[in-house]
Design a protein around this ligand. Structure first.
Ligand code: HSX
Ligand code: ADE
Length: 235
């Protein structure tokens, strides 16, 4: 399937490819009134996971892609938490380990921790990503997986963990890249460009989130979260 280079070492699907159309049709975004974070368009990964045909297409595309690499990945690494939705699908098919990159205090064993990082929406404190020491090493060729690449703060944390393990990063893959936040540029220019040649691939960019993809319930005036008994009473 045709890939387009957006900026150096930053690729996406051609807009006229069937897979692009399939993902665009399924993706839903929500305005701040209906989303957990105060960002203009919150891309709901649930709209993708609830669509088995799209999930299968994403899996098949990535499995074929990585099988075709002259030196295929030895590990798939997923970002806490939404990278966990896609990474294992691919790792199982490739017959390689899926490594959890987890936020601090959630991982077991002796850990390597990233520098604190921030995302498009700020948490109370900057977050820290971790992997278990020894889960990858200098012989590993890894792919880092997430649903969204926004400011690139999260991606950078994974690049640091791979570098600190001596591993080679083959690609950072996300379903959606918000190109206007320049996350790939940030990652490529980090610390004098030490990650400048790491390839990024995203299936779609923000142009896929059109007004038609808005999931907001127009005219809804109730509370956003209703209790189980309120839900029961509506049955
Ligand atoms: C969300 O923000 C997504 O699932 C990604 O892990 C992350 C992307 O934001 P950013 O770090 O690129 O700004 O948790
Ligand atoms: N993570 C960072 N920015 C996001 C957005 N706009 N939608 C969903 N996840 C995100």
């Amino acid at each position: 399937m045709a890939l387009v280079e957006i900026t150096p070492y930053n690729y996406t699907l051609a807009r006229n490819s069937p897979l692009h159309a399939q993902i665009q049709k399924a993706y839903r975004w929500y305005s701040p009134k209906f989303s957990p974070h105060d960002v203009p368009r919150f891309a709901d990964v649930g709209s993708i996971t609830e669509n088995p045909l799209v999930m299968r297409s994403i899996r098949d595309f990535l499995v074929q892609r990585y099988k075709s690499f002259p030196q295929p990945p030895t590990h798939i690494m997923g970002f806490d938490a939404r990278g966990f939705l896609f990474g294992p699908l691919i790792a199982v098919e490739l017959g390689i380990p899926f490594v959890l990159m987890r936020k601090a205090n959630k991982n077991a064993g002796v850990l390597i921790k990233s520098e604190p990082y921030e995302k498009e929406y700020k948490e109370v404190e900057p977050e820290v990503m971790t992997i278990r020491l020894g889960s990858i090493d200098k012989n590993s060729r890894v792919v880092l997986v997430d649903d969204v690449l926004a400011t690139g703060g999260t991606a950078l944390s994974g690049l640091q963990l791979a570098e600190a393990s001596g591993a080679t990063v083959l690609e950072v893959v996300s379903l959606l890249q918000l190109t206007f936040l320049k996350g790939v540029e940030l990652s490529h220019s980090y610390r004098n460009g030490r990650y400048s040649k790491i390839p990024f691939f995203s299936f779609v960019d923000e142009t896929a989130l059109t007004d038609e993809n808005c999931g907001d319930l127009l005219n809804y005036t109730g509370k956003r979260a209703i209790s189980c008994s309120e839900a029961l009473s509506k049955l």
